[in-house]
Design a protein around this ligand. Structure first.
Ligand code: SF4
Ligand code: FES
Length: 208
């Protein structure tokens, strides 16, 4: 952010807001304490736009579209709505999809319930699944920790998050950043596998 960065004026929920050029709608909303729910976003890593929970409505006269607020750059004069019917419908649809994708996640069930979503019309592939494949664990490991101990493996229903080649990861420094950043609770169980059962870190204090 340079000192010359332009100030952008626009509206969120009919309230005038100011942002720096290059900010996203989500970043601006957070500056003003306007809540937009997110799952795959974290300020420490690059946004991926994967989960779509953070959708907002952009209105222009009698034309409107739904945009992904964690990716959408601010523009002069736009009108953003964070709680419109259209937004709430998309959000509920996203939450229903997530309930099917990771039905075993207590965190996702609680979040869905908060938005009045207590069941899903969509079939679930695995009732035990907790991971929504948001990729936050992979991104924090690569971008912040800088070791790339985690990756996504395979594709489609076989795709899951684990160590590269699904072997214990020698690269893992057992920092726990992936557990902290995981929005669904899935990483708690997976970390042991990523660290590898035979992999004892130097940080381990409880070795007999
Ligand atoms: S383990 Fe957690 S952080 Fe990693 S992809 Fe799955 S839900 Fe996202
Ligand atoms: S939080 Fe924006 S798409 Fe997931």
């Amino acid at each position: 952010m340079t000192e010359q960065a332009k100030t952008i004026h626009f509206m969120i929920n009919d309230q005038p807001v100011e942002a720096r050029e290059g900010w996203t709608v989500l970043e601006t909303a957070r500056q003003y304490g306007i809540h937009i729910p997110t799952l795959c976003y974290h300020e420490a890593v690059e946004p991926s736009g994967g989960c779509r929970l953070c959708v907002v409505e952009l209105r222009e006269g009698n034309w409107s579209k739904v945009v992904i607020s964690c990716m959408y750059p601010v523009q002069e004069g736009i009108n953003i709505y964070t709680e419109s019917d259209r937004v709430n419908n998309v959000r509920r649809w996203v939450l229903e999809m997530l309930l099917a994708e990771c039905p075993a996640s207590t965190e996702i069930r609680a979040l869905a319930a908060k938005y009045g979503v207590n069941g899903t019309r969509f079939p679930s592939k695995n009732p035990e699944e907790q991971c929504m494949l948001c990729g936050l664990c992979v991104r924090v490991c690569r971008e912040v920790v800088g070791v790339s101990a985690i990756t996504t493996i395979g594709r489609g229903v076989h795709k899951f998050v684990g160590a590269p080649y699904d072997k214990p990861s020698e690269a893992c420094v057992a920092c726990g950043s992936c557990v902290t950043i995981c929005p669904t609770g899935a990483m708690r169980a997976r970390l042991d596998r990523v660290r590898g059962s035979g992999h004892h870190s130097h940080h381990s204090a409880n070795k007999a």
